[in-house]
Design a binder for this molecule. Structure first.
Ligand code: SAH
Ligand code: SF4
Ligand code: F3S
Length: 467
């Protein structure tokens, strides 16, 4: 099997970087340092993409600012996962008419997952005339070309043609954190869960070559990064499209073998593809954080089938049992959807009982939101909104009490943490499992691993002291 993945040729990437130089020269000749504001919605994939957009803008001579007011370029990197996320974007996009009126040379771009939906692009064309350019995730690497055309030709531009997707290596990245880095290892998704828009807007699964990922990780660690989070919609299918003979567990082992003091995290794992080899690999390497985000979505096998998740409740629970057996200190988190079309009271209670059985440290909880073009959007959905809200509240109350109990059990223990910032007059740190700890200390400690004695807890976080 040969590699099916399309890599953007170097000469095309070089051309984009040349265009950055033209734009840079344009501003330089006028003695202006232009400002750019990039606003990110959605998941870590979008955070990572925004770092690439900022990298390209910085090559074009832009300095970053933290608000739209007075910015010469505003980029809205959007999320389409739920209706609420889209409404926020439309609201904020509308407000940009005012910032543009006050600063007429402002150029406004919309990109990310919403830009991959035809109906959204049509709405922007019709109702948001102040938006200068729209580009989907597949066209991000061509942002210099898009910016140049908007600046010099002055016409609205749309780079939104649908694609299965490609990989553009070596785009400049402007990372906003010197301690923690996102590293995309793959893009897209092939799973087509029936509720989910991601495969439609991000294309098919494609993996970066392991040598490129390893080089990036080595460079990050050499530059002082202490925590690397590997990103993909389904990291467990890493490498299936390449002919390297390397799977995700092999990749993890290779990264864990890099010299230095750091933690590796990854997300997201899919219960269909995660298995013993992954958990054994995690258990074997001290640098791989004992933290697992394993979305279950529903505790009912019938609902899981309707969601096209390709696993059932017993299989999910057997994975958790094995993972806990080989990693007794494992911190578990997950995603769950309440109110999938046709979910009955009994099926919802299966979700509650799964939560009680597994006892997650934290959950990301969502009410089903119909996404245009996905199969679930046209399924019969007789449950009233109020009932879904009630279920949601019951679920959150259960999870909050579990999180509180799990956090309480930390009190009195001393745990190794990475000190990562400040919060008012305290320092913040994360445990290996990703739990937040606040404690008094010297900001000079930021960036160090330290043993912190936990002295207090609540549902969301821990407090501690250095002994
Ligand atoms: N690739 C990851 C998740 C990506 S989206 C995975 O498979 O687990 C993050 C979460 O958003 C999903 O896990 C799901 O719980 C939630 N989600 C996705 N589509 C949704 C929808 N239409 N309505 C409600 N929640 C949704
Ligand atoms: Fe969406 Fe499912 Fe793919 Fe996750 S695995 S991105 S939930 S389709
Ligand atoms: Fe949203 Fe796109 Fe991520 S839809 S959750 S930003 S992949």
């Amino acid at each position: 099997m040969g590699s099916k993945t399309k890599f953007i040729p170097q000469n095309e990437l070089d051309h984009q970087l040349d265009l950055c130089n033209h734009i840079h020269a344009f501003w330089h000749e006028q003695n202006i340092t232009p400002l750019a504001y990039v606003e990110t919605y959605g998941c870590q994939q979008n955070e990572a993409d925004s770092e690439r957009i900022r990298g390209l803008l910085s090559q074009c001579g832009y300095a970053m600012t933290d608000c739209a007011e007075g910015a010469d370029v505003v980029v809205m990197n959007t999320c389409a996962i739920r209706e609420h996320a889209e409404q926020r974007v439309f609201g904020n996009l509308g407000a940009l008419t005012h910032t543009k009126r006050r600063h007429p040379r402002q150029k406004i771009f919309l990109c990310g997952c919403m830009a991959g939906q035809t109906h959204v692009v049509e709405r922007i064309k019709k109702s948001f005339p102040h938006v200068d350019g729209v580009f989907s995730t597949h066209h991000l690497w061509r942002f210099p070309e898009i910016l140049k055309r908007v600046l010099f030709v002055g016409k609205r531009i749309y780079f939104t043609e649908d694609e299965t997707g490609s990989i553009a290596e070596g785009l400049p990245q402007l990372r906003d954190n010197g301690l923690k880095a996102w590293v995309s290892i793959m893009y897209g998704c092939n799973n087509f869960c029936t509720y989910c828009i991601v495969p439609y807007v991000r294309g098919r699964e494609r993996s970066r070559k392991s040598e490129d990922i390893l080089r990036e990780c080595r460079e990050l660690i050499a530059s002082g990064v202490r925590e690397i989070t590997l990103l993909g919609q389904n990291v467990n299918s890493y490498g299936k499209d390449l002919d390297e003979g390397l799977d995700f567990s092999d990749l993890l082992s290779k990264i864990a073998a890099i010299e230095g003091d750091f933690w590796i995290r990854f997300m997201t794992s899919h219960p269909r593809d995660a298995g013993k080899k992954l958990f054994d690999t995690m258990a074997a390497h001290p640098k791989i954080a004992k933290q697992l985000h394993l979305p279950f979505q529903s505790g009912s096998s019938r609902v899981l089938k309707a969601m096209n998740r390709h696993y059932d409740r017993p299989h999910y629970l057997s994975l958790i049992d094995y993972a806990k057996e080989v990693m007794p200190s494992l911190v578990l988190t997950s995603d769950v959807i309440v109110g999938f079309p046709g979910e009955t009271e009994e099926e919802f209670e299966e979700t509650l009982s799964l939560i009680e059985t597994v006892r997650y440290d934290a959950l990301f909880t969502f009410i089903f939101s119909p996404r245009q073009g996905t199969p679930a959007a046209s399924m019969d959905d007789p449950t009233p909104k109020e009932e879904k809200n009630r279920r949601f509240d019951r679920l959150c109350a259960l999870q909050n009490s579990i999180s509180e109990q799990i956090h309480e059990a930390y009190v009195g223990k001393t745990v190794r943490c990475l000190v990562d910032g400040t919060d008012k007059d305290l320092l913040t740190a994360r445990t290996e499992g990703g739990r937040l700890v606040r404690f008094p200390g010297d900001p000079a400690w930021i960036g160090q691993f330290m043993d912190i004695k936990i002295t207090g807890s609540n549902t969301w976080s821990l407090t501690g002291n250095i002994e």
